[in-house]
Design a protein around this ligand. Structure first.
Ligand SMILES: Nc1ncnc2c1ncn2[C@@H]1O[C@H](COP(=O)(O)OP(=O)(O)O)[C@@H](O)[C@H]1O
Ligand SMILES: N[C@@H](CCOP(=O)(O)O)C(=O)O
Length: 293
């Protein structure tokens, strides 16, 4: 059994805790029942001994497997990770979603993606990453009565993501503590109207509107100040023709949406200007959670 989940870029500027999309960088896990518990990791996290034991995946998997089967069973898990940790590309959401989905599969219980999403919400209280991780594509999401309500837009092939990934880790929980405790009415209206315009631009495929729409007064500036080169990354991305360029999740990755035709040129400019940062051109992912039986 193989389960895979894509990386995500959340917020997309003004849509704090609300907007997110999936990119084609996946964490994959294979597992089967075994006499002894074992974990092997290839890719991201392979040199991290903490992940070989009771990591976030294992604890969520065990919780759901025991709840569903009322049994204890050892498994052999093999992880193939492409999503860098604590860089704003939704590594924790991918792990949470894959653990919930894997436990249901291991228990022989088939459930809808919506059900898996609602289980994932227990571990990640904002829906902007877990929704595209499960559904793929661009998503707008909210929570009502502990359930996620969302709308998805399929992203076309002629768009690409260019991500600039610094070495610096930014833990999401920690990076939420540096945000203001409250916002003025003026700034609330600013973000509300810009989020609405961003959503409309995605659904109407008005990509040229995104640069104006995707401006934020809630979280980006405070977070980018902790790694000031990110202001220059955004400037270079826009000067090179990016359609939108925003902090990815809580950072440190910077996400740009670009036309496919411009993607190599924009990525090369960013590589030249920021040789210490990783730069990748990625397809968008419209599949989300994939279960291969
Ligand atoms: N592949 C993984 N296996 C196990 N746990 C992981 C993995 N990736 C991320 N995590 C967990 O998620 C945490 C990172 O979460 P967070 O700071 O929200 O990063 P991100 O911005 O990438 O979602 C890690 O400290 C670890 O606990
Ligand atoms: N809305 C959240 C998104 C966090 O995304 P991540 O990829 O950094 O986990 C926030 O901005 O805190």
């Amino acid at each position: 059994m193989t389960i895979s989940v894509p990386a995500t870029s959340a917020n997309l500027g003004p849509g704090f805790d609300t907007l997110g999309l999936a990119v084609d960088l996946r964490n994959r896990v294979e597992f089967h029942p075994s006499k002894f518990f074992s974990v092997s990791i290839k890719g991201e996290g392979e040199n991290n001994p903490r992940l070989k034991g009771n990591n976030l995946f294992i604890s969520i998997f065990n919780e759901h497997y025991t709840r569903l089967t009322k049994k204890k069973q050892n498994f052999k898990f093999s992880f193939y990770n492409q999503i860098p940790m604590s860089r704003g590309l939704g590594s924790s959401s991918a792990v949470i979603v894959s653990a919930v989905a894997s436990a249901h599969e291991a228990a022989g219980i088939r459930v809808s993606k919506r059900r898996i999403l609602n289980h994932a919400l227990v571990y990640e209280p904002h829906p902007d990453n877990i929704t595209p991780a499960v559904m793929g594509g661009f998503n707008v999401a909210t929570i009502e009565k502990n359930k996620v309500f969302s709308q998805k837009k399929h992203l076309p092939d002629y768009l690409k993501a260019v991500v600039v990934i610094p070495n610096k880790q930014m833990n999401t929980a920690k990076s939420r503590t540096i945000l203001p405790k409250s916002y003025s009415k003026e700034n609330a209206i600013y973000n509300l109207s810009h989020t609405a315009l961003t959503v409309a631009a995605f659904f109407n495929e008005d990509w040229e509107m995104l640069k104006l729409a995707a401006q934020d007064r809630f979280h980006q500036k405070a977070r980018m100040k902790t790694l000031p080169e990110l202001f220059s990354v955004q400037k270079v991305a826009y000067e090179s023709g990016a359609l939108m360029s925003t902090l990815s999740g809580s950072g440190s990755t910077f996400f740009s949406l670009v036309y496919d035709d411009d993607s190599a040129m924009i990525a090369n400019r960013l590589r030249q200007k920021f040789p210490d940062f990783g730069v990748k051109v990625l397809d968008f992912d419209n599949s989300g959670l994939i279960i291969e039986r």
